[in-house]
Design a protein around this ligand. Sequence first.
Ligand code: 3PG
Ligand code: MG
Length: 397
Amino acid sequence: METIKDIDISGKRVLIRVDVNVPLDEHNNIADDTRIRAVLPTINYALDENAKVIIASHMGRPGGKVDSKLSLAPVAKRFSRLLKKDVNFAPDCVGPEVTSMVNGMQAGDVLLLENLRFHPGEQKNEDSFAKELAALCDVFVNDAFAVAHRGNASVVAITQHAPVCVAGFLLKNELNYFAQALEDPARPLVAIIGGAKVSDKLGALENLLQRVDKLLIGGAMANTFLKCMDYEVGESLVENGLLWDARSLMKTATKRGTGFYIPVDAVVADRFDKNAETKIVPIQEVPEKWLIMDIGPATSLLYSEVLYGAKTIIWNGPMGVFEMDAFSRGTLSMVNYVANSYALSIAGGGSTDVAIYRAGESHRITYISTGGGAFLDLLEGKTLPAVAALEEAGEPA
Ligand code: 3PG
Ligand code: MG
């Protein structure tokens, strides 16, 4: 896959599709600008090469209509601050006004377009909309990993119309690290999978079981595995419809000789509340009517020993309700084990990144993905439509 570095962009109109779908607070301020910072290398490179830089992104799910609360205006300001230069903001992403703004650009100018999803054509992958976007540029750069799993016009159909299509550094990095972790990993390869539901992770678990040496399970999804082994889990969330699948996954692991680890103890609470009464119990002794909220210290120790020997670690999903302090210890201690390990470590999706940043350990994880759904789709072994489209566009006709 060619990147922006492989082509000449000097003086050209370069449309960089990024994913700056960042969380906003109630005053429309940016609550976390990680995704904005993540695309700066590509933008700075384009500026150093004297390109005319046009940035496009979506924000939220406005459903094809204008919604002022989901304007990218606050993002334009943040870009301007981080790039230390003026960033013009277009009131739309296509149309005559945008075209004339683009026509007026000088080399080294930056223009951010308004939310792509204000147009229904974006999420419908409409050709006519993609054509309009493509007409704004000489070169299309996809640097939007986090939306690469969506068949949207600005990442898929556009590659049929833009004269030249390449990847940005973030997209390339995300794919490279992922391949290093899952396609040709140093072994042992250990996966940590947490989060609330087995149903969200079934595909990922099935795929991972074909590839990993050991699998550590945490979060509420562990309850379904515990239940399928006839442990009582009180009032904890269980997906009863998936007990058969859970059992079958564990059987596959046994057959393949893959270590499949589930919690041996738990932090339980008498209600789902940060001020609930809590205690630590062996997994056989979860009291009736109580809920499992986090892995316990024995599980944490057991998992740390597994991680200690790992050469590659891939992590998706927290170990418990880490948003509440009383139930954050399992997840935060896992962050420390992963950070302390000698392994190549990749984390992403399901607020795993949030936990890592909260623990202050982001610099000691090899790579933290900016993707949620896109990262999970890679874990499931799926091809990302935007990546496939970019690869196809790069092939000689
Ligand atoms: C995300 O945050 O998941 C990406 O920006 C994609 O957004 P979507 O889930 O609304 O398609
Ligand atoms: Mg999403």
